[in-house]
Design a protein around this ligand. Structure first.
Ligand code: SF4
Length: 119
């Protein structure tokens, strides 16, 4: 299958043309450096995303507290992760950087608070 991607690794934003078979990337062109080929391979074969969201809290000042993953997570897990985040009601106080969800689905990815809230 042929597909065009815009590389987001650097500001050059190369348009990369790719071709995949059932299991692998078989052709890459348009990338000005090897990082573009690696980006295309990962994006097509095992895409990941950094997730940001807000979690409900008992705070009167900030009823929704921003959270994020501490690294990129498989795109296949994003929907499930968001459902889990939205099902939680956080008790304040919380500290920026502290862990809300540890090692989600054994992915090695944690969800952490993006800011501190006293209550
Ligand atoms: S292929 Fe290389 S030069 Fe082009 S956007 Fe990606 S990282 Fe930048």
């Amino acid at each position: 299958m042929k597909k065009k991607l815009i590389c987001i690794i650097c500001p050059a934003g190369c348009t990369i043309e790719t071709e995949t078979d059932d299991a692998d990337l078989v052709k890459v062109s348009g990338n000005k450096c090897p990082r573009g080929a690696e980006y295309a391979r990962k994006e097509l074969l095992s895409p990941e995303r950094t997730v940001t969201a807000v979690v409900p809290s008992d705070s009167e000042v900030l009823p929704f507290i921003p959270v994020r993953t501490d690294k990129a997570i498989s795109r296949n897990l994003v929907s499930q992760l968001l459902k889990t985040i939205y099902s939680i009601k956080v008790k304040t106080p919380v500290k920026r950087g502290s862990v809300l969800i540890e090692n989600f689905q054994a992915s090695g990815v944690n969800v952490i608070f993006s800011r501190s809230v006293k209550n």
